[in-house]
Design a protein around this ligand. Sequence first.
Ligand SMILES: C[S@@+](CC[C@H](N)C(=O)[O-])C[C@H]1O[C@@H](n2cnc3c(N)ncnc32)[C@H](O)[C@@H]1O
Length: 271
Amino acid sequence: MPKNNNKDLDTILPILPEISLDASMNFSTPVYWGVQDKDRKQFDKLMAEAKSLVTPGFFFGDNLFTWARNNSFLEDIPFKKAWEANLANASDSAIIWRRYILACSAYHCLHLSGDFTEFGVYTGTGIKTVLDYLGGTKFPKTFWGYDTFDSNPVEGHEFSEQKEGFFEKVQTRFQDYPQVKLIKGFVPDSFELGVPDSIAYMHIDLNNYKGEIAVLDSLFERVVIGGIIILDDYEWSGFYREQKQKEDQWFDKRGYRIFPLPTGQGLIIKR
Ligand SMILES: C[S@@+](CC[C@H](N)C(=O)[O-])C[C@H]1O[C@@H](n2cnc3c(N)ncnc32)[C@H](O)[C@@H]1O
């Protein structure tokens, strides 16, 4: 039975493997943030004990500890392959659940009209994981990525690779993907260089509310009905809390509630 009116999509969309009812998947990584215990020995010891005491199906990493879960991202083998093939640093390995939220959102958005967008690209792993899950070089949509690349306008958030030549390195990663348009420059000024007419998928990950609200002010109207917006930092506290405050106000004025995800992301479905 064809899954879609668009037959081309059927050739691109990954097949979800059958799962066995008696399987359980654990995931654990030493990558997490915000722990008081500086050398982490005490914390790691406590968490090792906690993991040994819970029902299988635990997840530990990216500041999440859950158990008795399916950890679905580990059994969607095409996703797992795309995730593994694109790991660029330790953080990427920890944020598998966040990546799967992107991948599932992107799967949905492929069925809509409109382009794909990411605001805050850094190394491009978020974009490339989605592309490689959904057809790789045959991904059928234009994917726009916006970043300053060679510098980081958010104080205290600079990555060591962000210096001259970094943009070219990220471009090289996408040399076989002509559907990817990387736009270098400060958001929203760089929108002068081009924006999509309509948008199905919008991943906003700029680590500051000013840039993120500027994206929404400029482009929310272009998101199609059913399109998905993912706010990477919405549900993180502390430094990131101002994003929640400003984004809640922005969406509340328009009659939306942001879905707060346990991954730390926020999700909105356009209607
Ligand atoms: C956390 S990283 C993005 C990670 C990426 N989305 C991923 O999934 O791997 C945030 C990026 O936002 C960029 N950035 C922050 N504010 C910006 C702005 N106003 N204009 C352009 N880029 C910006 C930084 O240069 C940085 O590369």
